[in-house]
Design a binder for this molecule. Structure first.
Ligand code: CXF
Ligand code: ZN
Length: 369
């Protein structure tokens, strides 16, 4: 069949919305009609060449939710008509990590920037017959996609699919970083540097976990206002040493129990580290350009302050456990989803959506079909 898709054809170029060929699903795969797909900063890193992908052309987009239209003969537990969220790390089910239920650490994870499907071949082809890859084995910026069952999670049908797309990436990344990685406790203090899709979810995750001081830091004033609606108790518009100073001033000179680096780690890690209390946690949830190969933390400072620096991908928990849990929290009114969406776009407006993201205008932009 044919489908319209937003295709990455080269660094610095806008995504090309074109009609491509899409093969039928192989035995372990499904055909999904995409209903909504979020505009995540990770795809922007790819477009800018900051996160290298192994293949061009490639359909980007990895925060997708939709409806199953066809299934391969070996697909288990998912049926035509099911509503699904696609997971940007597959859960192969066979590796040592998946065997422990740690699908966010799946051994196949490093292959998500390669382009081909889990079986190593491609389902998409352009009009010249060239193979087209799928970012994160999803290729969600498309009307339809074919994905392996390892990348699919069925959800309840009462959840609107635009909201379901949010729990494919930013919500678990942020809420999970607070709950599962830093393990924020009641009464803790938290700093969130960068209040976009991930950071805003750290704010609401920290609130959910009972943090009583939640300092949002961003250079876009509107994001500090939004952060207060998600549970931030303070907003700081500062970077570098001024950021550290402002946070220390708000915490009696002690620093926060946990800081979260949700934007530009090369620039924000050291100020966040220094704004963190002794023995506290510094959690990195954001991508760094491939070309940046080191972080600047004086080792002696790390040693004597006894802080922990940690990474968190997918909120440090299997999306298979976490996504149903997050949807239950949403149903009970304990986390916000609707309020995360600043604007919706058509597929043809994908580049406008990324321009708005770059301009700091969006918390989450979502393409709806
Ligand atoms: C990213 C995480 C790092 C690898 C590429 C996908 N996830 C979501 O934005
Ligand atoms: Zn993402």
């Amino acid at each position: 069949m044919m489908t319209r898709a937003a295709v990455f054809r080269g660094v610095g170029a806008p995504l090309a919305v074109e009609t491509i060929g899409l093969d039928a699903p192989k035995p372990s795969e499904l055909l999904v009609k995409v209903a909504a797909v979020g505009l995540c900063r990770t795809d922007l890193h790819v477009m800018r060449g900051e996160r290298r992908v192994a293949m061009q052309p490639m359909v980007l987009g990895h925060e997708a939710a939709g409806v199953v239209e066809a299934i391969g003969a070996d697909v288990k537990g998912i049926a035509v008509g099911d509503h699904v969220v696609l997971t940007f790390i597959p859960g192969c089910g066979r590796c040592r990590w998946c065997a422990q239920g740690l699908h966010h650490l799946c051994a196949e994870g490093p292959r998500i920037t390669q382009g081909p499907q889990l079986d190593g071949t491609c389902r998409r082809h352009d009009r010249d017959g060239k193979d087209v890859g799928a970012f994160c084995m999803i290729g969600g910026f498309a009307e339809r996609t074919v994905v392996d069952q390892a990348s699919v999670l069925a959800i309840d049908k009462d959840i609107p699919l635009d909201l379901a797309s949010l729990v494919a990436c930013g919500v678990p990344a942020g809420v999970g970083a607070a709950r599962n990685r830093a393990k924020v406790k009641p009464g803790d203090s938290v700093l969130v540097v960068g209040c976009g899709g991930d950071g805003m979810n750290v704010v609401q995750g920290a609130k959910l976990a009972g943090a009583t001081t939640i300092i949002a830091a961003d250079i876009v004033p509107a994001k500090l206002d939004w952060a207060k609606q998600f549970g931030a108790t303070h907003g700081v518009n500062a970077t570098g040493e001024a950021l550290t100073k402002a946070v220390l001033a708000l915490t009696d000179g002690v620093g926060v129990s946990h800081s979260f680096v949700c934007i530009d780690p090369p620039a924000t890690l050291l100020p966040a580290f220094r704004a963190t209390a002794k023995a506290g946690n510094v959690v990195v949830t954001a991508l760094t350009p491939d070309t940046v190969t080191e972080i600047k933390i004086p080792p002696l400072e790390l040693f004597v302050t006894q802080k922990a620096i940690m990474g968190a991908v997918y909120g440090f928990q299997s999306p298979r456990l976490q996504i149903p849990d997050l949807l239950a929290l949403y149903r009970r009114g304990e986390i916000k989803l609707k309020e995360l969406i600043t604007r919706t776009y058509s597929l043809d407006e994908v580049n406008q959506g990324y321009a708005d993201l770059e301009a700091g205008q969006n918390l989450c932009g979502v393409i709806v079909f």
